[in-house]
Design a protein around this ligand. Structure first.
Ligand code: HEM
Ligand code: HEM
Length: 189
């Protein structure tokens, strides 16, 4: 498998970056909408898509470990502080994309709701014997931890994405370097 170089990012790096980015935007949007509007019909879709994206996110983390972080393009100029900030943001993005599905799976499985991917049972729900329309938590403490983590990490992730996009725009519009072009498959000089 071809690795990243300073001039080009491999097609795997680019495909994983853009697929995970689109998935995360969609899951954040649907997640906020469904909880705000109490639209419970969207929960199974959110959970199913989140579960499937988890595998892509795991592959991305694995690829990052094998491949290392992209090095700054040769035409980019930045201070040491800016470079440290970009590393912090990249780490926050990678770790939060990992923690979101993990906390979601913990909240749903331990809350007794189970995990079903478009109807396919991954983890069974736990119906309340006295009212089969309801479920009983398997472990309220772990379910609560998952819920709090899902809530907190989603806010951290949104802030990191805003910083990330601001950083990319700074490179592209102000510095006019090839950071964004390289992520779009155009080799940098
Ligand atoms: C990268 C993946 C995911 C992202 C970005 C994401 C994002 C969100 C966001 C922004 C919310 C609304 C606010 C909040 O409670 O945090 C939410 C709610 C929720 N998510 Fe996710 N989610 C992901 C994966 C999952 C997975 C895999 C599951 C379960 C299998 C899940 C289950 C839920 C549930 C049950 C809620 C509603 C919580 C409530 O009613 O308070 N999510 N998600
Ligand atoms: C409009 C949206 C986005 C644009 C324009 C964009 C652009 C870029 C660019 C140009 C780079 C390369 C930076 C470098 O060479 O140092 C990059 C890297 C990265 N981006 Fe994004 N990005 C976007 C959304 C996202 C989202 C939503 C996430 C995560 C949730 C994300 C996570 C990352 C990570 C972790 C890296 C480090 C390299 C890697 O792991 O592939 N990006 N992005």
């Amino acid at each position: 498998m071809k690795k990243d170089s300073i001039e080009t990012l491999s097609s795997l790096t680019r495909t994983l970056h853009w697929c995970v980015a689109i998935g995360i935007f969609a899951l954040l949007g649907v997640g906020v909408y469904m909880t705000d509007q109490k639209d419970y019909s969207l929960y199974p879709i959110h959970k199913s898509v989140g579960f499937l994206f988890f595998w892509l996110i795991l592959l991305r983390v694995f690829w990052r470990m094998v491949n290392g972080w992209p090095r700054p393009t040769l035409d980019s100029h930045f201070s040491k502080k800016e470079h440290t900030l970009s590393l912090i943001v990249h780490w926050t993005l990678i770790l939060s994309t990992l923690l979101m599905p993990i906390s979601g799976l913990l909240m749903s499985s331990m809350g007794g709701h189970g995990i079903y991917v478009f109807g396919l049972e991954i983890f069974p729900n736990n119906p309340d014997p006295s009212n089969l329309q309801k479920v009983l938590p398997l472990n309220s403490m772990l379910a609560g931890m998952g819920k709090n983590m899902h809530d907190w990490v989603s806010s951290i992730l949104m802030a990191a994405i805003a910083l990330h996009i601001a950083g990319v725009l700074k490179h592209h519009v102000m510095d006019k370097d090839s950071t964004l072009k390289r992520m779009m498959g155009i080799p940098s000089k």
